[in-house]
Design a protein around this ligand. Structure first.
Ligand code: SF4
Length: 468
């Protein structure tokens, strides 16, 4: 079961724009700003006024769209996607947005998240005669929507009520664009404006990139319809307590993005402060592992009164280690990616802040690198609780067997990675750093750290909150 779930996991970015002459070009820039969410494939579907037309490819956004003349993708409406694929589904056929043509018109789908019951639904669809062309669970939703013919609010709402998991969808047909978020609001999805145009994106950094302004978050269980008549909101599921993925703040999102009304850099800095309150240590300098741990390191330094130093430099031309699929590439990636600043490190007692430990390989190599550069002591402080459980909501972070936090105690991990001391941020500390105002933020999913999954396999939600 676990392998199946892992096989369909993905962490992606979605973008949609309605009502702008340069829709495809702006989508390109929006996707570019969300490149960190997926580096293995990208695509744009534009409504040319006559048809829905796609350009997709494997690789980075820049590479995929280098040969494209945007005049060939002219239109006022577009939807785009950047994709992170697991080993099971790296073919071009799985690159999104998926585009379907039928007698009643076209439909394009872009999806971020994971459907926990995709396997069962796929079986059901196949038994009923559907022929699925991809291994992506996004296609499952497409078939469920089209089963009732037209693509309407009703057919989408009916389909969404069949799927279980964490998801943010943008669905495009000729005269409407829809955006939907799962009933627990685990994945991020925001609405913005650019003049008269509406924009929808996984992260608000995409709005900043194209000069759009943030309007609001899509709510858990909400289905938004955008057309030339404006924007309309309905609900396909009762409103539940929002459980935004805590890893979006810890690692995944860009620091300049606001996720569910909280700035990512500010929350990371607060994680560092909480960490310093919980596990301070006598040391000379604080350093952060670039890039995602820099904000937490600054917070730790501020709270502890220790100087923050640039002790590790990142080679900007190497991709993220976490997001590369094979173990060999991960090992090689760390070596190529980070270098210690010897003159800063040498002879010092160093507090090294990292955002998380997944398999432990990266942490071990960095500690070793700092010691080789002459660090007298290396005290590792992790700005999140230990990851002990797999994610079923669209983030690929290995099986339980591969997670070092699931298999070893803190003392054992300290020995394995070779640090002098090791401490993690507590669950309470992490929640405090993210949830400033419970009426707005409500809560976070921390299931990979706590084992408390907000959405169960059978679709049951852990806590029912309000309904309207
Ligand atoms: Fe995010 Fe972890 Fe929850 Fe998955 S289990 S949605 S990675 S917090």
């Amino acid at each position: 079961m676990l392998a199946e779930i892992k096989g369909i996991n993905e962490e992606c970015g979605v973008f949609g724009i309605w009502g702008h002459e340069k829709a495809a070009e702006l989508t390109y820039y929006g996707l570019h700003s969300m490149q960190h969410r997926g580096q293995e494939g990208a695509g744009i579907v534009v409504n040319t006024g006559r048809e829905l037309k796609a350009h997709k490819g494997l690789g980075l956004v820049n590479d995929v769209f280098k040969p494209v003349k945007f005049d060939d993708l002219a239109g006022r409406v577009a939807v785009g996607h950047v994709r992170y694929a697991t080993q099971g589904g790296r073919g071009i056929e799985n690159v999104q947005p998926l585009l379907f043509q039928s007698q009643t018109g076209g439909m394009a789908l872009a999806h971020n998240g994971n459907l926990m019951n995709a396997h069962e639904l796929r079986g059901e669809l196949e038994r009923e005669g559907s022929i699925l062309q991809t291994s992506s669970d996004t296609e499952v939703l497409a078939h469920l929507i089209k089963r009732s013919g037209e693509v309407t609010e009703d057919s989408i709402a009916r389909a969404l009520n069949r799927v279980v998991g964490a998801y943010a969808y943008i669905i495009l047909q000729e005269d409407k664009m829809f955006a939907a978020l799962d009933p627990a609001g685990i994945r991020p999805l925001s609405i913005g404006r650019l003049g008269d145009a509406y924009v929808v994106a996984s992260e608000t950094c995409a709005f900043d990139q194209i000069g759009a302004t943030f309007e609001r978050e899509v709510l858990p269980g909400e289905l938004i319809t955008i057309s030339d008549d404006g924007i309309h909101s309905t609900r396909f599921a009762p409103r539940d307590k929002r459980r935004m993925c805590a890893m979006e703040y810890v690692y995944l999102s860009r620091p300049d993005s606001d996720v569910n009304y909280v700035n990512v850099h500010a929350s990371r800095k607060q994680m560092g402060k909480e960490l310093a309150k919980e596990s301070s240590i006598d040391a000379d300098i604080v350093i952060g592992v670039p890039d995602s741990s820099i904000s937490a390191a600054i917070g730790f330094a501020e709270e502890s009164g220790l100087p923050y130093e640039m002790g590790i430099i990142k080679n900007r031309y190497v991709g993220r280690t976490f997001i590369q699929p094979s173990q060999e590439l991960r090992e090689l990636g760390v070596k190529m990616k980070l270098s210690p600043v010897r003159s800063i490190i040498e002879g010092k007692r160093v507090v090294m802040i990292d955002d998380s430990i997944v398999r432990g390989t990266t942490s071990r190599r960095i500690v070793q690198m700092l010691k080789e550069a002459g660090a007298k002591e290396v005290h590792v402080r992790i700005a999140s609780p230990a990851i002990q459980n797999p994610c079923y909501y669209g983030i690929d972070m290995s099986t339980k067997q591969e997670l070092i936090g699931a298999n070893y105690s803190v003392d054992e991990i300290n020995d394995i990675i070779g640090s002098d001391t090791l401490a993690y941020l507590s669950e309470q500390g992490l929640e405090k750093a993210i949830v400033k105002d419970k009426t707005i933020n409500q809560g976070v999913c921390m299931a990979c750290m706590t084992g408390k999954y907000p959405v169960k396999q059978d679709g049951e939600l852990e806590i029912h909150y309000t309904s309207c």
